[in-house]
Ligand binder design. Structure first.
Ligand code: NAD
Length: 521
């Protein structure tokens, strides 16, 4: 199987992209980056040693000082120019995302659009969100209180391979515009994507020093990054998230963790089945199911379960699989052999325990070494691995339910709580269900993109799906520490002059009651 590399990724270009990774002598080795479409070596990257991570951190810290001292408006202007550069380089970005991750063109472009969306948003709102805020003082008129937001300094970003552009740039954008430098460890399999979007940022005016990229074994380079950062943002598996949280906890630095999911979709009796089927296909098979927000469980009302399941299985069989740097196919490859083995093992285990395969169920190695068919299962027993464990592949199980109550209880019976979807013709009905779901984001009549793309609103998980939020005000302020400065005028807050003892107590009691009566917070 051969797939011609696009001209944008010729060897000279790849070597140029990797240049920022070279940091003098002392490197620990080379990393082979393979193309999932074919399994062939795409390029080799110099592995960053722990000492070089230290050097990268020093460069970033030095550059951060003048970056933080620059006006927020000028940092936001970099984001606005970067936005234009990202859209202008969309084809090259899609090429590199596809080459490294094996996903389809449309899944790759989704990442380009997402990054532009985030850049526009923070480019427009950062100044207002970061400006000093007047707060109510303890004594009205006498206490003048302001809240300031300072950057942490050096933010460690550790990102996975599955959305290499979105998850590399997304957190870096918020950290940078808040005035931080970023020490970034992308997954080695997809580091070129990070390097390309960083190159675009430098072209838009970002000082080179403030975004340092390091690559290498996660268990070695990852802890080095956490060990040198003032705050860390981690996206990846729940297992690794716990390790990062422990290390961050020992260092008493903040950690925002965006982790795994086992995301449910509820199809109500009154749902538009056409919409629900379209949403189920996109929700379960986008990026071949290697999406943290991916739908892996569908609870469908029994009155429509037969029709929904038949239509969904038929639609899954129609998904076009293949390797191409263009829009010919709907779904691409899994990222590599370990992912393929896991997906196959989940399907085999479910089938061995009595599940039925309504669509897919098998690898498609004729298309490329790691392709796997969009797979729809029914009758998955609770003993099957894929009943509760994240597959992170194109495998989804459909379960009939008799009532909304049963659907809600089943959806919530999970250690995870990242994303959920509810399909109903009545938004009011769907909203009532959504509010009872234990998930950080719930989409109505859409599998994941409505909530994720609403970057003005916070996004993140509950339970084992993580702590902290990206996007919106929360996602920006997470990259800052708050400082309260309160100036007291004319009269001190405590006992003073004749106002002492019981007199002071009576005055304070009357004052507090008055404030409550005036409904002043
Ligand atoms: P992973 O945890 O194996 O790796 C994620 C990153 O952590 C990689 O860069 C890796 O090199 C690094 N890493 C590995 N060991 C480390 C350590 N000891 N200390 C610090 N860093 C270390 O995850 P993965 O399998 O590559 O990614 C898939 C997982 O990520 C899935 O569970 C998926 O649900 C989750 N994910 C979550 C979100 C979200 O926003 N919630 C988004 C995408 C992916």
């Amino acid at each position: 199987m051969t797939v011609a590399l696009p001209a944008s990724l010729d060897p000279a270009r790849l070597a140029h992209l990797a240049l920022p990774l070279h940091r003098g002598s002392g490197g620990s080795g080379e990393i082979e980056v393979r193309m999932p479409f074919t399994g062939a070596v795409l390029t080799r990257l110099p592995e960053t040693s722990v000492e070089q991570v230290g050097e990268a951190a020093r460069i970033a810290r030095a550059a951060q000082k003048s970056w933080a001292a620059s006006a927020v408006a000028s940092r936001a202007a970099v984001l606005q120019r970067w936005h234009d550069a990202v859209l202008g380089a969309a084809d090259d970005l899609c090429d590199v995302v596809q080459a490294e991750s094996g996903k389809s063109r449309r899944d790759a472009f989704e990442e380009v659009a997402d990054v532009a969306n985030t850049l526009r948003y923070y480019g427009l709102v950062a100044e207002r969100m970061l400006e000093p805020k007047r707060r109510h003082g303890v004594l009205p008129l006498l206490t003048r209180t302001v809240e300031l937001r300072h950057p942490h300094g050096l933010v460690g970003v550790i990102s996975p391979w599955n959305y290499p552009l979105t998850l590399a740039a997304g957190d870096a954008i918020a950290a940078l515009v808040a005035g931080n430098a970023v020490l970034h460890k992308p997954d080695s399999r997809t580091a070129l994507t990070t390097l390309m979007v960083r190159e675009l940022a430098l072209g838009a005016g970002l000082p080179a020093g403030v975004w340092q990229v390091v690559v290498g074994d996660g268990a070695v380079v990852g802890p080095a990054v956490v060990g040198l950062s003032d705050h860390v943002v981690f996206t990846g598996s729940t297992a690794t998230g716990r390790i990062v949280a422990e290390q961050a906890g020992r260092r008493l630095i903040g950690a925002d963790l965006e982790l795994g999911g086992k995301n449910p979709m509820i199809v109500c009796a009154d749902a538009s089945l056409a919409r629900a089927v379209e949403g189920a296909v996109r929700g379960a098979f986008s990026s071949a199911g290697q999406l943290c927000l991916s739908i892996e469980r569908i609870y469908v009302h029994r009155s429509v379960a037969g029709e929904f399941t038949a239509r969904f299985a038929a639609a899954a069989r129609k998904v076009k699989l293949g390797a191409a740097f263009g829009y010919r196919y709907d779904m691409g490859s899994l990222v590599g052999p370990a992912q393929l083995a896991k997906v196959q093992a989940h399907v085999d285990d479910a089938v061995a325990r009595g599940a039925s395969v309504l669509a897919g169920g098998a690898p498609r190695t004729g298309l490329g070494p790691y392709f796997f068919e969009p797979t729809v299962l029914t009758g998955v027993p609770s003993t099957a691995t894929c009943f509760a464990t994240e597959t992170f592949g194109p495998v989804v199980s459909v379960y009939p339910v008799d009532t909304d109550e049963e659907a809600i209880a089943a959806a919530n019976a999970s250690e995870f709580g990242l994303n959920a979807a509810v399909y109903s013709r009545s938004v009011r009905h769907a909203r009532a269900i959504a509010e009872r779901l234990e998930a950080g984001t719930v989409n109505i009549n859409e599998p994941y993109a409505a909530a994720w793309g609403s970057v003005d609103a916070p996004m993140g998980g509950v339970k084992a799906s993580g702590i902290g939020r990206r996007h919106g005000r929360d996602g920006l302020l997470a990259h800052t520490w708050a400082q309260t400065i309160a100036a007291q005028r004319l009269w001190p807050v405590g006992e003073h002059g004749p106002l002492r003892g019981r007199v002071y107590q009576r005055l304070m009691t009357a004052g507090l009651k008055t404030l409550k009566g005036l409904r002043r917070p």
